[in-house]
Design a protein around this ligand. Structure first.
Ligand code: SF4
Length: 438
């Protein structure tokens, strides 16, 4: 099992970044756990999984029981085992770090248990409560929407999901590098979640186009919005229209959905602008696809990047050059095609605000991938109150409109992480249940 120093980028698009543990490895790893009382790893988990509890079950040779402990709190435990930044969540909190040992590999043990349960097949492991006679519309079949729909179904409600695309899973299906979610795991997990019953899924129904919030609010007893962030930010600089400038989210989606051999073409010299997971995934995949030089550029320092230290290391191990304290100023072209990006060196001014200096550098390239964040598609929300560019919700996930709830990335309840979206969906389902039974 690799330790914390062994950060190695995948060499192919679908190489499994953290392959599953064998049964023998999982038992050996689980016996390293001290089964702490008031375990800090549990407090660091946004979904509050009983981590020592599931690890003890693995040690006792009960992976099914371990998976039930995980999935009871986080129905997307399989995805989160693969994509959670455990290095800044549960594994960072593990007491073994203080004992100058590596932390327990909680993410890989979680994957071992959840994969074992999904491999078993068989009936869905959670039962539904007697029918409440209530109907709830869920908009978006991403992590928040699926988690909400599953918990609502468990609580006895009938659910209809309206999804804009033609597959369920949201970012799990479209927005995460294939090496983090190999094969068709997102599809299989969505199928597993829907197998609880009582959930009808409508594809090709985008909010504001094929389906309107007003109609859903009139037709259903409650509505949950798990619409994520559907727009991508522009750089707002000259040259963005040049050929060879693309959006990193769209680039990753194309890669995820491409059949083998039909991958999008990548430039020889690629500049990726941004400092989050999307930037890292786009940069690493550009290298795998054959780009000779990939440079990732972020306007602040490495500590301010939303990509964790581990992910930054991963990018560097793939040969990605990372530049910090540089802000894009203009994209230069030649014959209508991108030729270079000019950056201004940045620094913090006396008040701690980011400021551009007069110093500039130019990085030659033939492809630019923009990964500077995503925004809400406001016009589809029929006048719901917003806060900080996201849907405003109270502690019970209620929006400004009665009977309409929201959670996940379209709200500001925590970090924009899959695990947070799942927690939002689950807690919102309980809030909706209280609302419907009041
Ligand atoms: Fe086990 Fe580490 Fe959690 Fe303690 S903090 S229960 S050792 S995983």
């Amino acid at each position: 099992m690799s330790g914390p120093g062994a950060v190695t980028a995948p060499r192919t698009l679908d190489e499994d970044l953290a392959p599953q543990l064998t049964p023998r490895q999982s038992v050996a790893e689980s016996t390293r756990c001290l089964y702490c009382y008031d375990a800090p790893c549990v407090r660091a988990c946004p979904t509050g999984i009983d981590i020592p509890g599931f690890i003890r079950r693995i040690a006792n040779g009960q992976p099914h029981g371990a998976a039930m402990t995980i999935l009871g709190q986080n129905i997307m435990g399989g995805t989160c085992a693969r994509v959670c930044p455990t290095e800044v969540l549960c594994e960072q909190a593990c007491v073994l770090n203080g004992a100058e040992q590596r932390p327990v590999s909680i993410g890989r043990l979680q994957r071992f248990a959840t994969d074992a349960l999904m491999r078993e097949g068989g009936p869905h492991p959670f039962a539904r409560a007697p029918s409440s006679g209530k109907r709830v519309a869920v908009v978006g079949a991403g992590p928040a929407g699926l988690a909400c729909a599953h918990r609502l179904a468990m609580l006895g409600h009938e659910v209809e999901i309206y999804e804009a695309k033609d597959k369920a899973g949201g970012l799990n299906e479209y927005g995460i590098a294939a090496y983090k979610m190999v094969q068709d795991f997102a599809r299989r997990e969505a199928k597993f979640i829907l197998a609880i019953g009582g959930i009808k899924l409508h594809y090709g129904k985008a909010l504001g186009r094929q389906v309107k919030l007003d109609e859903l609010a009139a037709k259903f007893d409650a509505v949950f919005l798990g619409v994520g962030l559907g727009d991508t930010r522009d750089l707002d600089i000259a040259g963005e229209e040049l050929r060879g400038v693309a959006d990193a989210v769209a680039f990753i989606e194309k890669l995820r959905q491409a059949k083998k051999g039909g991958f999008p073409r990548v430039g020889k010299r690629v500049v990726v602008i941004g400092g989050g997971n999307t930037a890292i995934d786009a940069a690493i995949q550009s290298r795998i696809l054959g780009a000779a030089e990939v440079t990732m550029v972020y306007r602040r320092g490495p500590e301010q990047m939303s990509a964790t230290g581990y992910e930054q290391q991963l990018a560097k191990s793939a040969g990605v050059v990372v530049h910090t304290w540089l802000a894009p100023r203009k994209i230069k072209g030649s014959g209508g095609k991108v030729a270079a990006v000019e950056f201004a060196r940045t620094r913090l001014d006396g008040k701690g605000k980011l400021a551009e200096t007069k110093e500039t550098i130019s990085i030659p390239c033939d492809m630019v991938l923009k990964a500077v964040g995503q925004t809400l598609v406001e016009k589809t929300l029929a006048g719901l109150a917003l806060k900080g560019g996201k849907i405003a919700v109270d502690k019970d996930y209620r929006t400004s409109r009665k009977g309409v709830f929201a959670g996940g990335d379209c709200t500001k309840t925590g970090e924009d992480l899959t695990v947070q979206a799942v927690q939002d969906g689950k807690l919102a389902a309980h809030a909706i249940d209280r609302y419907l039974r009041a």
